[in-house]
Write a protein that binds this ligand. Structure first.
Ligand SMILES: *Cc1c(COP(=O)(O)O)cnc(C)c1O
Length: 378
């Protein structure tokens, strides 16, 4: 945090993003991968952190392949990493071939009609256009299904005329290491790979998949959430650090007697005489309304409960146990960050860290920092 930044100084809420932490997370994943290469998934604007800032930070760590969901995201990302391989997961919509080519975006082809169209486009241009082949192995969302795969086996030349960079598939339950579907998908992926031309590289593991072990690593991993600090699963300790911190200012502190109803609907009533801080963060900032009565914030090294309903721009927090030297109007509290991680908040809200991060609001003053190793946001 730069206290001399005038915009940040006057702001009621601020979002700090530590690109140093993102880079360290990438290095931690590389350590797990033991020599296997690692792409960066920066779809949904880098899971809410800003793809245009996250991708160059990863590039500086040696990341050369990036995945986004849509063509629009890919085109927007292109200038941030001009020499990277930028891949578009959601496939090749008819009529967009020239846009892919113009911006050197690699489509992930999810069906044989997409393969045929990309090949025809390449034929017209007189070259073999690069692409990634996505084969479904049990997720049943995107990728060549069983029937289309049979057609490939019957007529392998349907894959001719394209420069295949990778074969990929996606795990449905990688965050549950004990789920039997992981091994089933792995066996299926190996089977598919054996039938494809020798030397076609393969990529299987998302963040959680990396932690399933080397069998899942193949030639390249595709982590997203782990770069942003999300835990790989519930079994292992989370080795990653949280690169985001959202702080909201206390706007007012009021002292209430026992039996006072607070906020919309009076859904919370103070059980004792209490000090209630009204903090500038609400669901319009991505502080989910389902955190009403179950969320916590961090102030002065303490965890304080969010009481009453989350409203659009405000939350109310019980700070009775925090000394008034720390809980005062104008002070910042951490509503999400290293002390209240997106995973923790998501557990309380009944959702997942992915949703919390990608819901981050637009109203915050965004602040990018790059802390050195050993110096965390906390
Ligand atoms: C989103 C996505 C990833 C990254 O998943 P994380 O769980 O965030 O690591 C990898 N591969 C595909 C196909 C995806 O859609």
């Amino acid at each position: 945090m730069n206290p001399r930044d005038p915009a940040a100084e006057g702001a009621l809420s601020r979002l700090t993003i530590d690109l140093g932490a993102v880079r360290r997370n990438y290095r931690r994943l590389l350590g797990r991968l033991g020599g296997v290469s690692c792409a960066g998934v920066v779809k949904a604007d880098g899971y809410g952190l800003g793809a245009d800032r996250v991708a160059p930070a990863l590039w500086a760590e040696g990341c050369r392949v990036f995945f986004v969901a849509t063509l629009e995201e890919a085109v927007r990302l292109r200038p941030a990493v001009p020499d990277a391989t930028v891949c578009c997961l959601n496939g090749l919509l008819a009529g967009t071939e020239a846009v892919f080519a113009e911006h050197r975006i690699v489509p992930v082809l999810n069906a044989l009609d997409q393969v045929a169209r990309w090949r025809r486009f390449g034929d017209t241009a007189g070259r073999k256009p690069p692409a990634i082949l996505h084969v479904d192995t049990g997720m049943n969302r995107l990728g060549l299904g069983e029937d289309e795969w049979q057609r490939v086996l019957e007529a392998p030349d349907v894959l001719d005329g394209v420069d295949w960079l990778y074969l990929i598939s996606h795990l449905a339950s990688a965050d549950e290491p004990e789920a039997p579907s992981n091994a089933r998908q792995l066996a299926r992926f190996r089977q598919v790979r054996q039938r494809l031309p020798q030397g076609m590289k393969a990529s299987f593991a998302n963040s959680s998949g990396i932690f399933l072990g080397p069998d899942y690593h193949f030639d390249m991993a595709r982590p997203g959430i782990a770069l942003y600090g999300g835990r790989p699963n519930l079994r292992d300790p989370n080795p990653l650090e949280c690169p985001v911190r959202i702080e909201g200012r206390i706007l007012q502190i009021r002292t209430v007697t026992a039996g006072t109803a607070v906020g919309y609907g009076g859904s919370w009533t103070s059980p004792r005489a209490s000090r209630i801080a009204t903090v500038a963060a609400g669901y319009a900032d991505g502080y989910l309304r389902s955190l009403s009565g179950v969320g916590t914030v961090a102030l002065g090294g303490r965890s304080c409960p969010v009481v009453g309903r989350v409203s659009m721009d405000l939350i109310t927090v019980d700070v009775t146990d925090v000394p008034s030297a720390e809980a005062f109007a104008g002070a910042f509290v951490e509503v999400l960050g290293p002390s209240v991680t997106p995973d923790d908040a998501a557990d309380a809200a009944g959702t997942i860290g992915y949703e919390l991060l990608t819901s981050l609001g637009r109203r915050y003053v965004r602040h990018y920092v790059e802390t050195p190793a050993g110096d965390r946001l906390a």
